[in-house]
Design a protein around this ligand. Structure first.
Ligand SMILES: [Mg+2]
Length: 462
């Protein structure tokens, strides 16, 4: 039986803050980064995974992944649901590391990176893209992957089993549909805060021409600017195209309500991350005040227990699961099942580096084997850094192309790993005008000033 013999952890950073693409109200200058993990075995097979961060702190994230290595090195390669469930439970259950969370933050994201790498390895050995590997599992195997602790007041194992069994009859048809048509996407590309009005208008028109029926705009910098930008975007795309907006946690509850009320005339489809991702009651108050505008969140929601509360209280209308924020595939299956139980559509968060590649598999698995529908569901698309992956995510005519290569699609090319290793890679060599890698922190890095409209607002997260 093959064994895992080593855990390689790499600090990979892309100097995206040097460019002017991408910007939001809370993240002025991110360098899209991956704390990248490779599970090596005593065969040729490898498992690749990552935790996404936005620059400094990626070394901390990498250290947390290394701290999990003793659970993995020497272990038999997990190839089936039982072994992958056991691995996830052991990693989450490390009591000394759990103290640092529990089940949240750097350590939990490290668990997610290792669990996802193990799934990549298992799917490759099964010769299946991850979505298909999952979608071919029996309902009993799938519920065996889920930790129902802290969930049973909202979702029992039997209820989860019933959801999965109800979706079994149509699996083959939906698999075929997925392979033929791909999965619906929306684009965030037109909407970065730093773009000029002309660029916003041009990119919004281009998105519609490229087949998207939904775009997203960043908001929360300056209300007057947001009203003008929303008007321009609505004029550019017409009434038939959905426009979501994203405040990236910028507001207090009352600010969210008043700001969005001012934008309501332009028919925003959802307001994303209006306030702190931990504020369940705040989201509920915002949702009650703003409906029919939907409230969406998830990219910073740190575990299934938070999602349980957001769903059970009726605080969110759209659930934005993230492949690399929680404890990996296993916990995301719990989150998909919770969303199905409460009838809330899952529209995954993506962008950054590798998040589109990873999360497409979870949405596609959901379509085939959990919710059984893609109605009102879309995966975020940001066309950035895909060229560094061996099996890059692609979008055509506003839809993700369904991946068919075995694995979880998060494997970076060897040349990219070399070039973007921090701080020794060639991408980080000091050059005139770009010496930041070794220089003092910029003012924006020292102190984040969230006052409206005072920042450069360049660089951001989706
Ligand atoms: Mg967002």
């Amino acid at each position: 039986m093959a064994r895992i013999v080593d855990v390689d952890v790499m600090d990979i950073r892309f100097p995206t803050s040097r460019e002017l693409d991408g910007s939001d109200a809370m993240n002025p200058d991110p360098d899209y980064s991956a704390a990248y993990v490779v599970l090596r075995t005593d065969t040729d097979a490898e498992g690749h995974g990552l935790a996404f961060t936005i620059g400094r702190g990626n070394d901390v994230q990498a250290a947390a992944i290394r701290a999990l290595a003793p659970h993995v090195v020497g272990r038999q390669v997990p190839r089936d649901a039982a072994a992958l469930g056991a691995l996830s439970r052991e990693l989450v259950g490390d009591s000394q590391l759990r103290w640092l969370g529990p089940e949240k933050g750097v350590v939990h994201m490290a668990v997610g990176a290792v669990v996802n790498a193990a799934w990549d390895l298992a799917a490759k050995l099964a010769g299946r893209p991850l979505w298909m590997f999952l979608a071919e599992m029996r309902p009993e195997e799938l519920v065996g992957l889920v930790d129902f602790r802290y969930l049973s007041d909202a979702l029992t194992r039997d209820e989860a089993l019933a959801i999965l069994r109800a979706a079994e009859p149509g699996r083959a048809e939906r698999t075929k549909l997925l392979l033929d048509k791909g999965y619906p996407a929306y684009t965030t590309s037109p909407g970065w805060l730093g773009y000029s009005d002309a660029k916003l208008t041009h990119l919004a028109r281009s998105a519609v021409a490229d087949g998207f029926d939904m775009i997203k705009l960043k908001v929360g910098g300056d209300l007057g600017d947001d009203v003008r930008r929303m008007r321009l975007a609505r004029e550019a795309v017409g009434d038939g195209v959905r426009i979501a907006v994203d405040a990236n946690q910028r507001w207090d509850v009352a600010d969210a309500v008043s700001w969005m009320s001012a934008l309501a005339e332009f028919d925003p489809y959802w307001i994303e991350e209006p306030t702190s991702p931990d504020d369940v009651l705040g989201h509920l108050a915002i949702a009650r005040a703003l409906r029919p505008i939907r409230v969406a969140t998830g990219e910073h929601v740190h575990n299934r227990v938070m999602f349980k509360q957001l769903l059970a209280s009726g605080a969110i209308d759209v659930l934005q699961l993230d492949a690399a924020r929680v404890g990996g595939v296993n916990e995301n299956i719990a989150i998909l099942l919770l969303a199905a139980k409460f009838g809330v559509p899952v529209c995954p968060h993506a962008g950054g580096v590798g998040l589109c590649e990873l999360v497409q598999h979870l949405a596609m698995f959901d379509f085939v084997a959990v919710s059984g529908t893609w109605e009102n569901r879309v995966i975020e698309w940001v066309d950035h850094l895909h060229e560094h992956f061996t099996d890059p995510a692609t979008v055509r005519n506003g839809r993700y192309t369904t991946p068919t290569t075995p694995g979880f699609s998060a494997q970076l090319r060897p040349s990219s790993l070399h070039h973007f290793t921090y701080p020794s890679g060639p991408a980080w060599a000091p050059t005139p005008g770009h010496s930041r890698a070794y220089g003092p922190l910029s003012e924006a890095q020292h102190v984040h000033k969230p006052a409206n409209g005072e920042e450069g607002d360049e660089g951001g997260t989706a």
